[in-house]
Design a protein around this ligand. Structure first.
Ligand SMILES: [Zn+2]
Length: 183
């Protein structure tokens, strides 16, 4: 089995286990109808009180996606002619970006490979030393990436370097549990 598939299966399994470990008992789960920023009118399932436990049943968006997408839309103000970089090769945020922007770069991080190298068709990028040129992107997005980056300031600096003037960097991560990265 290829490295890419193994890596994604491991990542998905870890995320699903972590996600469900926070859920309430099944009889407490709720389903409600609402407007999804990504796919329109839809049904949402809530597995507990915390916002992170809400998910769109149609497009599978999580609270993370549901938070990022409206902010990105507000930033671009209807101008979808942007060059975008998402620091992941899957997920609802990426689905949104690919369906709205024509130029979308993606990557994953394979620590034992060189930054800039392709691994089973996926671009490997270490956010601490991106191989992109200066001023290459209008928008950069990431979800739950920077809490795993050893030198997050270097990573932010690299994102700033490859962003064009007036560009936007949209990120969500869980800093509150990692004291060593609080700055
Ligand atoms: Zn949706």
């Amino acid at each position: 089995m290829k490295l890419k598939r193994l890596s994604l299966i491991f990542r998905y399994s870890t995320l699903i286990f972590h996600y469900l470990s926070r859920a309430d008992a099944v009889y407490k789960w709720k389903i409600s109808q609402n407007n999804c920023p990504l796919c329109g009118k839809s049904y949402f399932i809530s597995l507990g009180q915390r916002p992170i436990l809400i998910r769109c049943l149609k497009c599978k968006s999580t609270a993370t996606n549901l938070s990022l997408i409206p902010i990105i839309k507000e930033h671009i103000n209807g101008d979808f002619n942007k060059v975008v970089y998402e620091l992941s090769s899957y997920g609802s945020t990426l689905d949104f970006l690919k369906s709205h922007f024509s130029k979308v770069a993606t990557s994953e991080y394979f620590p034992d490979k060189n930054s800039g190298e392709f691994v089973d068709g996926i671009l490997n990028q270490d956010v601490q030393k991106l191989t992109f040129n200066d001023n290459e992107f209008d928008i950069i997005t990431s979800s739950q990436v920077f809490e795993h980056v050893p030198d997050d300031i270097k990573g932010f600096s690299e994102c700033f370097r490859v962003l064009r003037k007036g560009g936007g960097y949209f990120s969500l991560c869980r800093y509150m549990t990692l004291k060593k990265q609080l700055r």
